[in-house]
Every structure is written in structure tokens, then in C-alpha cells.
Design a protein around this ligand. Structure first.
Ligand code: GCO
Length: 468
């Protein structure tokens, strides 16, 4: 029905991440990451699953690229495992087998006409650095800068799209606030803000290194990746509308605002200062950027890498709903799903296609990022081959991306669905499947099979429009 077309040079693709797909956790000189350690700790992951083998992409990357090619996809977002390149995270020792792996993967992609979009860090922090304090230690930004420089040197002749970090928000909330993801530190009310601070500095460092040392000869782009979900106020009460603002600013804004506007969102500054004072602190639990840091972080992104999956309704809560300092208390809202939304296999993921168009408009207006790449968007189920739920989801969200481009004039240049293959879904292990391609985790061969959604997506990528 719709004759609306994606722009001629729009890139359709798929995404994945090292720890979730590679396996080879101790192969050929790779060092330990904090995810190896976390997953090997009994009780942390559903069924005590691990990423030890995962999709075995360390050995089967050629098959992965062949599938991308068969689907007519033109961009592949993958991440480099920091400890596969630098076993301890430090630049004293480079693991040549790791370098070879990514050079081979990139060559395979380029030969197939597929653009690599490379995340430098998708949560697998070298364990050595985790022991030095991980994302609570501001020096991690310096270690990250050294690692980023090495990757730009090693791969930058072939890679034009970089994302230094993946979803700082998820790490800071789940790694350092609630503790249900690695490194598993429940530092309620405090860890999250220190973690956000260190991530912002690390991202900016990588961007500056690229800008100063590589941009003129390599001509690539370094984007900022951030997860932004959409929140609707549950009612038109001013309290619920303020809760919506808090939801957007403590979620999306906490990370994006420093990068695009040079400081934390004002709402967050005010709210955490107010709460901290009430709780008896003489300072805010939110670290302060120095003037020099504000200058350094401001404007350090060449495109916005948006991860977007779901929406919620928010309802304001009374200010004293929790009895100790916490993000929950700072947020002071309750979030629920609209009863009309379909649910995925993941408790947090609902079907609300207009949410992505709302977020694209929000990000575009607030941060004026120029180009946007939707770097993650996808649906989970139990792994069935005829995955009509995923087709419905992708059709709805992609239609809204198309409307954002055509009707709202937002410059979305690419879309990489999460995920190319079923994979290790963090603390949910292999119980939730996001792939457009099925992986048989019971077969030693990790057999890959296209699902209905892959066949559908292939037709969309070829037609550059939404098809039935
Ligand atoms: C991320 C995501 C992915 C997840 C996906 C589904 O941070 O990029 O967490 O790694 O697998 O979002 O939950």
C-alpha cells in the first residue's frame, strides 16, 4: 500500500556483540573479561549458562558473513573484545591472534560489500581493569583511550563507523546500581552516577584521540551509542508529566546530555542534589564535571547510535517511597506497560511501534546529532522459526523509522536490528531469543537457520520499503 521508500543509500543491517556470540573465551591468548568471571560464578545467570562457546562465531564468522550477504544486508554492527586484543586491558601486550580474528572478519565483510560498524566496548571489560575498580575508577578512561588508539591503528584503514561504548546506561544501572549484570555491584544511588561519569570521560577520550590522530587520514566517524526508551505520562497530572521528564533525563539524558550539551541534564543535577541533601550528604551523589571536563566532553559525537526497544507509562510516586538512597528514589515513579501492548519473552520489552518515532524526534530536537543510526532494535521470543511476533514488531518499528525520515525529516542513515543470531542474552542466558537467525545451541556445530523474520527482512532490504 505504502509507496514510501527508504533513501537510496540507507543501510539495512544487523547487530551482535563479542561476548554474546564469539565463544572462544580463553582461545589463543585471550584474557579474562569481567563477563567471563561473572558468568562463571554460580547463580548469576539463568541455568548457569555462559558465553564460553555461545554461537561459536570465533570459529564460524565466515558463515555469519555469508548469511548477512545472503540476506542482502549492507552493514554489520559487531564489537571487539578488549581482552582478546589486550589480554590485561593494558597496551604492553597485543594478542596477535585476536588482531587476526578481527582483521579476517573485517576483510570477509568488505569482500561481501558489507560495511563494518564497530563497537569498541560492549561490556566485556578486561578483568584486570575490573579489579582496578572498573567503571568507578576515572583512570579507566585513560586505559580505554589507549585501547581505542590501538584499535584505530589496527583496523581504522577498513572501518569508517565506530562506536566507542555500548549503552553506558545499562551497565551503570545493572552493573553498579542493582548489580544483576557484571560486575554485579549493588551500589545503590552512588555507583550509577560515578559509572556514568567515567563512561562519559572514556567516550570523549576515544573521540578526541580519533579526531586528533586519525580523522584526517582515515576519514571515519565516531558516534555515541545510547539506549533511549520512550516514556508516556500515565495521566495529564503535572506530577506524572514531571515523572516523564525524569524518566527521559535519567535514562537517555544522563549519558547523551554531557556528550551533546556539555553537562548532566539540569533536572538530574537538581534532583540528585536535593535528594542527597535530604539524605544527609554534604555533597551531591552526582559527580560534578570541572569546567575543563565540560569543554572536553562537549560535542564529542559524529553520529548518534540509538538503541531503542520499548516504551512504558510512568506514574509519579511520593518523594519518600524508598528508605535509602537509590536511583529508584531519585526517579520517584512507577513504570508499567499499557495493557494493550503485546509482550515479548523479556519482561521489560513491549510492543509499541510509535515509541521509536517519538524517541527519534526527542533525540533529534534535544541533541541535534546530525546523523542517527538505529544501532539496536528487536524482539525476543522462545526461538521459533516461524517468528511472526518478530515480523510484526520489526514491521511496526521500521514503519515508524521510515515515517521519522519521510514525515519528520530526521536523518536516520542506517538500521541494524538486534540481532543477527540468537545469542547469550546476558543474565537470561539462552532463554530469550532475539535473532532473525536461529542458532541450535544443542548442536556442537551451532547450526544456523533463517527464521521467517530473516526472509521478510531480506525483502525489505531489497525493496527499501516496508513489505507484507
Ligand atoms: C545492549 C543490549 C544487547 C542485548 C539486547 C537485548 O546493551 O546492546 O543489552 O546486548 O542483548 O538489548 O536485551
Amino acid at each position: 500500500l505504502s509507496a514510501k521508500q527508504f533513501p537510496e543509500n540507507f543501510l539495512f543491517g544487523a547487530a551482535g556483540a563479542s561476548y554474546q556470540i564469539e565463544g572462544g573465551w580463553d582461545a589463543d591468548g585471550k584474557g579474562l573479561s569481567m563477563w567471563d568471571v561473572f558468568a562463571h560464578t554460580p547463580g548469576k545467570i539463568k541455568n548457569n549458562d555462559t558465553g564460553d562457546v555461545a554461537c561459536d562465531s570465533y570459529n564460524k564468522y565466515k558463515e555469519d558473513v555469508a548469511i548477512l550477504k545472503q540476506l542482502g544486508l549492507k552493514v554489520y554492527r559487531f564489537s571487539i573484545s578488549w581482552p582478546r586484543i589486550l589480554p590485561k586491558g593494558i597496551p604492553t601486550e597485543i594478542n596477535q591472534a585476536g588482531v587476526d580474528y578481527y582483521r579476517n572478519l573485517i576483510k570477509e565483510l568488505k569482500d561481501a560489500g558489507i560495511e563494518p560498524l564497530v563497537t569498541l566496548y560492549h561490556w566485556d571489560l578486561p578483568q584486570h581493569l575490573a579489579e582496578l575498580g572498573g567503571w568507578l575508577n576515572p583512570r579507566i578512561a585513560d586505559y580505554f583511550g589507549d585501547y581505542a588508539r590501538i584499535c584505530f591503528e589496527l583496523f581504522g584503514d577498513q572501518v569508517k563507523y565506530w562506536l566507542p561504548l555500548n549503552e553506558p546506561g545499562t551497565t551503570c544501572v545493572h552493573g553498579y546500581e542493582t548489580g544483576d549484570l557484571a560486575p554485579g555491584l549493588p551500589l545503590s544511588g552512588e555507583g550509577i552516577y560515578q559509572c556514568a561519569y567515567v563512561h562519559v570521560l572514556a567516550h570523549a577520550k576515544a573521540w578526541h584521540i580519533y579526531n586528533d590522530e586519525f580523522r584526517s587520514k582515515q576519514g571515519g566517524k565516531v558516534g555515541f551509542n545510547n539506549v533511549c526508551f520512550w516514556f508516556y505520562p500515565k495521566s495529564n497530572n503535572s506530577e506524572d508529566i514531571e515523572a516523564q521528564t525524569r524518566a527521559m533525563e535519567f535514562g537517555c539524558g544522563l549519558y547523551a546530555n554531557p556528550i551533546y550539551n556539555g553537562d548532566w541534564p539540569q533536572v538530574v543535577i537538581d534532583r540528585v542534589a536535593y535528594r542527597s541533601k535530604k539524605e544527609g550528604y554534604s555533597f551531591s551523589r552526582l559527580p560534578t564535571f570541572t569546567e575543563e571536563e565540560k569543554q572536553y566532553i562537549n560535542g564529542t559525537s559524529d553520529y548518534y547510535g540509538l538503541n531503542m526497544y520499548t516504551s512504558y507509562l510512568v506514574e509519579a510516586l511520593a518523594d519518600e517511597s524508598f528508605d535509602s538512597p537509590s536511583l529508584e528514589q531519585d526517579l520517584a515513579y512507577n513504570s508499567t506497560a499499557d495493557p494493550s501492548w503485546a509482550h515479548s519473552a523479556s519482561e521489560w520489552l513491549n510492543l509499541d511501534p510509535p515509541g521509536i518515532r517519538n524517541v527519534l524526534n526527542y533525540v533529534n530536537e534535544k541533541y541535534n546529532p546530525g546523523e542517527i543510526v538505529v544501532t539496536e532494535n528487536g524482539w525476543s521470543d522462545n526461538g521459533e522459526l516461524d517468528d511472526q511476533g518478530r515480523v510484526t514488531y520489526l514491521k511496526g518499528y521500521l514503519s515508524n523509522v521510515l515515517d521519522a525520515i519521510v514525515e519528520d525529516s530526521i536523518n536516520v542513515i542506517a538500521y541494524t536490528t538486534w540481532s543477527l543470531m540468537d545469542n547469550f542474552e546476558w543474565n537470561q542466558g539462552y532463554t530469550q531469543k532475539f535473532g532473525i537467525v536461529q542458532v541450535d545451541f544443542d548442536s556442537p556445530n551451532r547450526t544456523r537457520t533463517l527464521k521467517s523474520s530473516a526472509e521478510w527482512y531480506k525483502r525489505v532490504a531489497a525493496a527499501k520499503e516496508i513489505v507484507d
